[in-house]
Design a protein around this ligand. Structure first.
Ligand SMILES: [Zn+2]
Length: 83
């Protein structure tokens, strides 16, 4: 089976506060070493800076110039450094 798992995830820029929902799909197969991550629909104001099959390495660019990973392990407070 090579079913694609589809979901939407909220993108939020820690710099300017812009947010939107991206439509994402992944291969729903735990035996794969890579999830085959892909963004099918990017919300307005965001673009792909550096694509990757790993959501933690897929870099998003906001229209304000801020670049961040699609999947973030730490949450940044507005205008601040990670705690
Ligand atoms: Zn921004």
């Amino acid at each position: 089976m090579a079913a694609r798992d589809r979901y939407s995830r909220k993108l939020e820029c820690s710099k300017c506060g812009r947010s939107g929902f991206a439509e994402v799909s992944e291969d729903d197969d735990p035996r794969r070493t890579s999830p085959g991550f892909a963004i099918d629909l990017m919300p307005p104001g965001f673009s792909t800076e550096r694509p990757s099959g790993d959501p933690a390495r897929h870099m998003i660019r906001c229209r304000c110039g801020n670049v961040f990973a699609f999947k973030q392990k730490t949450h940044y407070p507005p205008g601040g450094e990670p705690a």
